[in-house]
Design a protein around this ligand. Structure first.
Ligand SMILES: [Fe+2]
Length: 508
């Protein structure tokens, strides 16, 4: 029984005695008074002989399993109830009963009082126990609910594979909100991780660690070195994670497959109990499991993404290679389209889709005879009809690829003109998909800026003049105005790299 619980039991017993008009006191095991009533009926306790008697009584009670009445004067009795437990007695709550000297009834009444005090004491202690049990159950239920809620919330946000950093950050913050650690952090290892952008990344929620640079460097891995299988570790006496006020920290490995890819840690626990609890371990371990599974999915996603983009690059390189004058054209159009998309207010995700559309916009040229594509000199009407089919062929080739569904309008309509005189459908103005209007500008700019079999490259200022001149007829005027203001430094670098590659290929 805790000290505050002993005081509570004694307080209730003494209140009840006072209600019956009895004076009360509390004393330790030696009979030294700790608390006592001061009202008139307690005056009997003021005499030196009364305090001597109390010491004598306490000495006697120490040898009794159930301390009995002790007569301190004619007809005056000390009625004791032990405080604490049977095994660990801590003192006594005592009531003073003064009856008629020599009366058998007085002794009997004192016995009744003593028994009533004992029952009161036992009842209060029992209800405290029940209260404790109830509080314990409530705490456990609260913890369980919090665990479920936290894991549910973490699980729900697991879809964002394109942005794994946000998910890890949100998970660490959720753990910090649910646990009593002042600091929760996740650190990805320097080598094995699914996305290069996550390598060595540190995600911190709550109070920043005093030595973040040290926590970001390698030595923390030694905390988990030698752990044969995944599991938690309660760290003590490590100045990076613990101090005198917060002697324990919890570290849990992040595991993907059989590889350890980082760790999750909680440090500086707040509250009455600075020790790591089973609740802390349970929630952190579950969250680490989620993170491991998530990073596994990120790895698969990244692999598929690389494969997908690699396939697109291979496809477009194959088309560009059909005509040495257009080599690198698709990559450059993709680049310029992305810059224009960003300049027109699209976000990074939308601009990435524009980049893919730029990359594949001419994929239909795969169905145009090489003799027509590479012909030097003027095309006949029939040959030009061949060329004009490439947007539809491209659309046809890509239409069954679900990941490219949103870029198809760019492929089909990148040769439409703002005044309606383009192909394949003769769309005009805003009826031309926005994506296609973007690609049309990038495509024409690159065509004019490149050397072709039938003409040399045009100088930059003439190209831009031409774009300005055709704003509103060939091009969306708003987009054309944005386009001529773009920074072409990276584009020029791409052209230079392409020229170097061509020289190398020719030499080989
Ligand atoms: Fe084209």
């Amino acid at each position: 029984m805790r000290t505050d619980e002993i005081t509570s039991v004694s307080s209730v017993v003494r209140d009840r005695c006072r209600a019956l008009g009895l004076a009360t006191l509390r004393c330790d095991l030696t009979g030294r008074i700790l608390e006592r009533d001061t009202h008139a009926s307690a005056a009997l306790l003021d005499t030196p002989s009364a305090t001597d008697e109390l010491r004598r009584a306490a000495s006697r009670w120490s040898g009794e399993a159930a301390p009995g009445l002790h007569e301190i004067g004619p007809g005056a009795w000390l009625c004791p109830v032990p405080e604490g437990t049977a095994r660990a007695r801590r003192g006594y709550t005592v009531a003073l009963f003064a009856g008629t000297s020599g009366s058998v009834d007085a002794r009997h009444a004192a016995e009744v009082i003593r028994a009533s005090m004992r029952w009161s004491s036992e009842d209060v202690a029992r209800s405290l126990d029940q209260g404790d049990a109830l509080r314990g159950m409530t705490d456990q239920l609260t913890d369980s609910y919090e665990t479920l809620d936290a894991l549910y919330s973490i699980g729900r946000s697991m879809q964002g594979l394109e942005d794994p950093a946000s998910f890890i950050d949100a998970t660490v913050r959720r753990l910090h909100a649910s646990l009593r650690f002042q600091t929760v952090f996740a650190r990805l290892s320097p080598t094995d991780d699914p996305a290069p952008a996550l390598r060595r990344r540190m995600f911190v929620a709550g109070r920043p660690p005093a030595t973040p640079q040290r926590l970001e460097s390698d030595p923390l891995d030694s905390l988990l070195a030698g752990e044969a299988k995944p599991g938690f570790r309660i760290v003590t006496g490590d100045e990076r994670l613990t101090d005198d006020d917060h002697p324990e920290a919890l570290v849990i490995p992040l595991v993907r497959g059989s590889a350890r890819i980082g760790l999750l840690a909680g440090m500086r626990k707040e509250g009455d109990d600075p020790a790591v609890s089973s609740y802390d371990i349970q929630l952190m371990e579950s969250a680490a499991g989620f993170l491991g599974a998530f990073l596994d999915n990120v790895a698969v996603y990244e692999e598929q993404r690389r494969l997908f983009l690699g396939t697109l690059h291979a496809l477009t390189a194959a088309i560009d290679a059909k005509d040495r004058y257009t080599r690198g054209h698709s990559e450059r159009v993709a680049h310029l389209s992305t810059r224009l998309a960003l300049a027109s207010g699209m976000d990074a995700d939308q601009a990435h889709r524009v980049w893919i559309a730029g990359l594949v916009h001419d994929v239909g040229k795969i169905g145009v005879p090489e003799a027509v594509l590479c012909k030097q000199g003027r095309l006949t009407d029939e040959e030009f009809d061949h060329i004009k089919r490439h947007p539809r062929i491209g659309h046809h080739i890509l239409r069954d690829l679900r990941p490219l569904a949103d870029v198809l309008p760019g492929v089909l309509h990148h040769h439409e003109k703002f005044d309606g005189r383009g192909y394949p459908d003769g769309l005009s103005g805003e009826r031309i998909p926005h994506l296609a209007r973007i690609i049309a500008l990038a495509d024409t700019f690159d065509a004019m800026s490149s050397t072709r079999s039938y003409r040399p490259a045009m100088p930059r200022d003439k190209v831009l003049d031409e774009i300005r001149r055709c704003a509103g007829t060939q091009f969306d005027p708003g987009l054309a105005a944005l386009f001529v203001g773009l920074d072409f430094a990276e584009y020029d670098a791409m052209v230079d790299r392409g020229r170097a590659d061509q020289t190398w290929t020719a030499a080989a």
